[in-house]
Design a protein around this ligand. Structure first.
Ligand code: TYD
Length: 137
């Protein structure tokens, strides 16, 4: 699995602004490069708690801060980078084969995740050692 953290990019989304506020639309296959099969969101995250700490074999995701902010640490087994998400009109594309940890959630943060597949527990790699072995294949 040769994917790299440099394949995980920030995608600017559209924003329609008027005096009553903003709307951002994400359309599968149009401004996100996969068909969206599942949406979930993380919220009410207690201060100091981290989420994630796993990799995926096939799943592609677009992660964004629908509210507040948080950091995403990406790791491909060779390199790491930390991306701050703090705007609802920018999403982080995460490709398969990337270890990710979500941390430093602000109070009231909402992490919205658009996913290319339904939930499949077998797609998860939950042990870092197993992830490193998987990346060597
Ligand atoms: P998990 O993906 O491990 O959470 P995070 O990466 O945010 O820390 O999921 C937490 C729990 O929720 C786990 O028991 C599986 C369950 N879950 C589902 O049932 N369906 C889903 O689509 C997701 C994302 C999680």
């Amino acid at each position: 699995m040769k994917s790299s953290i440099y394949d995980c990019v920030i995608l600017p989304l559209n924003k329609v602004h008027n005096r009553a506020g903003n709307i951002t639309v994400v359309e599968g296959g149009k401004n996100v490069p996969f068909d969206v099969k599942r949406i979930y969101y993380l919220y009410d995250i207690p201060g100091g708690e981290d989420r994630g700490a796993h990799g995926h074999k096939e799943l592609r995701q677009l992660i964004l801060a629908a509210g507040g902010s948080f950091n995403v640490m990406l790791d491909d087994g060779l390199n790491k980078k930390i991306v701050t998400l703090n705007r609802p009109d920018y999403g982080l594309l995460i490709v398969p084969g990337i270890w990710r940890e979500l941390m430093e959630f602000s109070s009231g943060a909402i992490c919205l995740v658009l996913a290319s597949e339904i939930y499949i527990e077998d797609d998860y790699i939950r042990s870092y050692d197993e992830f490193i072995n998987y990346k060597k294949k």
